[in-house]
Structures are given as C-alpha cells and as structure tokens.
Write a protein that binds this ligand. Structure first.
Ligand code: HEC
Length: 104
C-alpha cells in the first residue's frame, strides 16, 4: 500500500467508524434550518416537488456518515446557503435521523 492511500484512509477512517449517536448537533433545530434555508427550496425544484426523494431514492449519492457530512458541507458552501458549523452539524444530525440512518 502506498503512503498516499494510507494517508487518505487515516483521514477518512474516523468518519466512517464514528457512531451516529455521537454526532454533535440538534436534529430538531437541523430540521428548521434545512426547511427554512435554501436547502429545501432548491431540492424541491430539482425533484419536481418531492425533496425527500433526493435522500431516499434507491441510488442516492450519500452512502455513509462521512459522505453525508461532506455532502452537507459541500451543498452549504457551493450553493452559498450560509449555515455556520453548528448549523451544518444540526442538519447532518437531522438528515441522518430522519432519512439515512447510518451507524445505528
Ligand atoms: C442551489 C441548489 C442546492 C442547494 C441550495 C442545496 N443543494 Fe443539496 N443538492 C443539490 C444538488 C444539485 C445535489 C445533487 C443531486 C444529484 O446528484 O442528483 C444535491 C444533493 C444533496 C444531498 C445528497 C442526496 C443523496 O443523493 O444522497 C444532500 C444530503 C444535500 N444535497 C444536502 C443539502 C443541504 C443540507 C443543503 C442546505 C444546507 C443543500 N443540500 C442545499 C443542490 C442544492
């Protein structure tokens, strides 16, 4: 195994093994942030009015907790949603508890 691959594994490992129960954040507040920010609006437009389907479709992109954390961070940043770090944690917790349910 080359060193680069090892380094990538060491960086991503803690996310993959992190128990969902240990996620920081407040799911209830996360739902409010998600629904009241542009997250819901943009996803609703993309899915012709079925935003939850983005998270529940059979071929959804996010396949583990680390992926969920990255995707929420990316959408927040790339789409300029403007959530702070606590807000991102809250939304990750909400989406995991309500849809993805990784790590239970
Ligand atoms: C301006 C549009 C836009 C905004 C705003 C936006 N997203 Fe997204 N989101 C996307 C697109 C595009 C995708 C990729 C869809 C695909 O691959 O089919 C996506 C995908 C996702 C996924 C992955 C779904 C899956 O397939 O598992 C998550 C999770 C997600 N977004 C979370 C968020 C959150 C949380 C916010 C708010 C902080 C947000 N997004 C804001 C456009 C947006």
């Amino acid at each position: 195994m080359n060193n680069k691959l090892l380094a990538v594994m060491l960086i991503t490992l803690p996310f993959n093994v992190m128990a969902a129960a240990l996620l920081p954040g407040d799911a209830e507040n996360g739902k409010k942030l998600h629904d009241n920010s542009s997250c819901l609006g943009c996803h609703t437009q993309m899915t012709s009015g079925k935003p939850d389907m983005l998270y529940t479709r059979a071929d959804h992109r996010v396949t583990d907790l680390g992926g969920l954390i990255s995707q929420v961070g990316n959408c927040n940043k790339m789409q300029k949603v403007g959530l702070d770090e606590n807000g991102v944690n809250d939304v990750v917790k909400y989406l995991n508890e309500s849809f993805y349910q990784f790590g239970d």
